[in-house]
Write a protein that binds this ligand. Structure first.
Ligand code: FE
Ligand code: ZN
Ligand code: FE
Length: 181
């Protein structure tokens, strides 16, 4: 599709996001299943439900624009999902894999935050206020998901992963979990 106007670019970006979100709906269950930490698993499962709503919001926007959401593959998200799949495909300590899942998931969230921020701004310039609101709702969900992942990493998962390495180096280190007690 030729990019002759800001509207063309807006639709092009929305198609990319639609592809990104539909790829994620398929990928997130695999990431949740690979997570050992129960809180991480629930956080990913909750974000899966939000992601399904995000797909619907995009469908609403495409209906309003009288355009099709199809026709583009988001290669960025394809690559990010592929990297996440590499991480969960590795053998290793569950807590270290969990820290890797968070690192992969945060790449995804930041990619989406960048894309929705641009799309929302274009919608604003085009005077599409309803669409600004819908895109902002999604943007807020992505930011919350990112923050939740940071909280999980900082409150426990990174420390669990660190203790794994320490236990391998010395047998005198305290048992897992006792430091947090
Ligand atoms: Fe999303
Ligand atoms: Zn993309
Ligand atoms: Fe997301």
């Amino acid at each position: 599709m030729a990019l002759e106007s800001l509207r063309d670019l807006y639709i092009d970006q929305l198609k990319d996001l639609y592809s990104a979100e539909t790829q994620l709906v398929k990928a997130l269950p695999k990431m949740a299943k690979a997570a050992s930490n129960q809180d991480l698993r629930s956080a990913i499962e909750e974000h899966l439900e939000e992601t399904k709503n995000q797909v619907q919001r995009l469908e609403t926007i495409f209906q309003e624009l009288d355009e099709s959401p199809k026709g583009k593959k988001c290669k960025g998200m394809e690559g990010l999902i592929e990297e996440g799949a590499e991480t969960i495909g590795e053998d290793g300590e569950p807590s270290v894999i969990d820290a890797g899942i968070i690192a992969a998931a945060q790449r995804v969230e930041h990619y989406e935050i960048a894309a929705y921020g641009c799309a929302r701004t274009f919608a604003g310039r085009l005077g599409l206020d309803d669409q600004v609101n819908l895109l902002q709702e999604t943007l807020d969900e992505e930011a919350n998901a990112d923050k939740k992942l940071t909280d999980l990493a900082e409150s426990m998962i990174n420390e669990d992963a660190l203790e794994q390495g320490e236990e391998e180096e010395t047998t005198t280190s305290p048992a897992r979990g006792s430091r947090r007690a």
